[in-house]
Design a binder for this molecule. Structure first.
Ligand SMILES: [Zn+2]
Length: 566
């Protein structure tokens, strides 16, 4: 009846209707992909929960209820009905060594082997299965599995005699080799230990087969390097593993810079499933002209959403387990030994300031309290020299911080980058660490919550292949501060436990912020890249001791399904 009146009115009303209709069809042009009936935890504090979202051109365009999302469904829209499952932003792993992690998928996995018998069994099995491997390589053993907390070449000779064998410690700071490998590396009783390294000797002065820090280089240089094709194939496996665990971006901190073009080749083939921020490793005394040229070239070339040159990594000390972490006061029960810095503080701060001046982010490995203080001093110095300018320099590991340094992260705008699984309080893993720092310094072990409460930005990562790239085990340790048997009761230093929402935030938005990408990644919000995961269980509703068992069912990066186990 409304159209029975004045013809002019009729036309103008139709016109208005047309405009309104075209407005709605524009606003809700069909999406490429919609997720409905999901339990979405967005990590967006203004709208933490939703039932779904719509994706167009690799980005999230709308987040809301299933009913609202249905409006984005067109004839070509791909629909994922989550069936009530938990959906989260994809995991950002803020500390990996991706190429070595990928190679490690081809090595004896010694992680979790708690006795020498078990370690030898796994190595023997691998050697038998891989008769053509010129070297038998493995990684993941722990000091406490050996009598005297250090392995010997005889123990490795017992299982591999025909070929050289090399097993890296879980912490990456000691290698254990057999007699054949020592022979090939020409290491005997007269070989001097290199700078920043120790060839361990027995009472008779013979090398025991344990090589610490830089001494491992003596053997590594005779191990055949995997060639480009091996690396390509292993990287594809590594990408598969990362996607299977729900990881959508990694901050790569050593070993991958040389492979940027390989990542680019994989991207060109449409097989890149993880976003990369790749740092260049710089050793003391600092970056030389060749280093600057390589860095500048990589920065000019790689700065997009998938592959970006991600600053510089430096390493100030070793680890506490093998007494190579640099401490302010001596280790407990170890005489005057307090470890030592790999850099002079002057070289380090000069290098950091030069990079900072060019807006290049620095990530510094600092485990002992002296190394942590030195890293923060360098960042403070750079800010004084160049003016503070939101660089978000990172300190990696921060295993035992001195109390006065806790508030400095927030003050300097530095990122505290922790790897929760390194704090797994399993006695085999943490025993030596705890003994070496003693009870007073133990109170500030992996003090992520104290640093967070001081107002600092945190990021979480794995340090793969030092430990698994699986983030769910790390999440469990962050929340419980217990090992996977639930020990110690109440948690190790429970004041450092993080809540689950803070933990998830740190694994998502925290990681995105740490690489200056918080406006594009880290949460499920309109305008952001469509990087998300669907998981097997609602981690908010289960016993925290079950979080580590979470399986990823679906990983989507840039709106593309890269892993699907539904
Ligand atoms: Zn690392």
């Amino acid at each position: 009846m409304i159209f029975m009146g004045d013809p002019m009115k009729r036309i103008s009303l139709l016109f208005v209707l047309l405009i309104v209709a075209s407005y709605f069809s524009f606003a809700q042009a069909p999406a490429d992909l919609i997720i409905t009936h999901a339990d979405v935890y967005t990590v967006d504090p203004t709208h933490p929960h939703a039932e779904g979202f719509a994706i167009r051109d690799g980005r999230i365009v709308f987040v809301g209820t299933t009913k609202e999302i249905e409006r984005y469904r067109g004839p070509k829209t791909h629909l994922i009905d989550a069936g009530g499952k938990l959906v989260l932003p994809g995991i950002q792993d803020s500390h990996v060594h991706f190429v070595s992690g990928s190679h490690a998928l081809n090595k004896v996995d010694l992680q979790g082997a708690k006795s020498l018998v078990e370690i030898q069994r796994r190595i023997r099995e691998f050697a038998v299965k891989n008769p053509n491997a010129a070297w038998v390589q493995g990684r993941g053993w722990m000091y406490a599995s050996f009598p005297g907390d250090m392995p010997t070449r005889e123990q490795l000779d017992e299982v591999v005699r025909d070929r050289p064998a090399l097993m890296s410690c879980a912490d990456g700071h000691t290698v254990w080799v057999n007699s054949k490998a020592l022979e090939l590396a020409k290491i005997d009783r007269s070989t001097p230990s290199p700078k920043n390294g120790i060839i361990v000797h027995d009472a008779k002065g013979e090398p025991t087969g344990a090589l610490q820090e830089e001494a491992s280089g003596l053997v590594w240089k005779v191990v055949p390097e995997p060639n480009a094709e091996d690396t390509y194939n292993d990287l594809l496996k590594g990408l598969g593993e990362a996607s299977r665990q729900g990881v959508v971006r990694v901050h790569s901190l050593g070993g991958d810079f040389e492979w940027l073009d390989m990542l680019d080749r994989i991207r060109g083939e449409g097989k890149l499933t993880v976003r990369f921020s790749v740092a260049m490793f710089v050793s003391p005394p600092g970056i030389d002209a060749k280093g600057w040229a390589a860095l500048n070239q990589a920065r000019a070339r790689y700065h997009d959403d998938w592959i970006e040159q991600g600053g510089v990594k430096t390493m100030l000390d070793g680890v506490i387990d093998s007494l190579t972490g640099a401490m302010i006061d001596p280790y407990t029960g170890q005489g005057e030994n307090r470890g030592s810095l790999f850099w002079t503080p002057e070289d380090h701060r000069r290098t950091v300031a030069a990079l900072d001046a060019k807006n290049i982010q620095v990530a510094t490995h600092a485990i002992g309290d002296l190394a942590i203080r030195t890293a923060l001093d360098s960042y403070e110095y750079a800010a004084k020299q160049n003016g503070a300018h939101d660089m978000r320099h990172k300190v990696e590991h921060i295993e035992d911080i001195a109390a006065p340094d806790i508030p400095r992260f927030a003050k300097l705008g530095a990122i505290a980058s922790f790897q929760p699984l390194h704090a797994n309080p399993e006695p085999n893993w943490m025993g030596a660490w705890i003994d070496h720092v003693g009870p007073e310094r133990e109170q500030r072990a992996f003090a992520w919550n104290a640093v967070r409460k001081s107002g600092a930005h945190l990021a979480f990562g794995s340090d793969w292949p030092v430990v698994t790239i699986n983030p769910w085990e790390g999440m469990q340790v962050a929340v419980t501060r217990q090992d996977f048997d639930g020990n110690p009761p109440g948690g190790w230093l429970p004041q450092h436990r993080m809540s689950l929402p803070d933990t998830i935030y740190t694994y998502t938005m925290g990681g995105a912020y740490a690489v200056h990408r918080e406006n594009l990644e880290g949460s499920i919000q309109p305008g952001k890249l469509a990087d998300f995961i669907m998981v097997s269980q609602n981690v908010f509703e289960i016993d925290p001791h079950e979080i580590g068992k979470t399986k990823v069912l679906l990983t989507v990066v840039g709106g593309r399904i890269v892993y699907d186990a539904r």
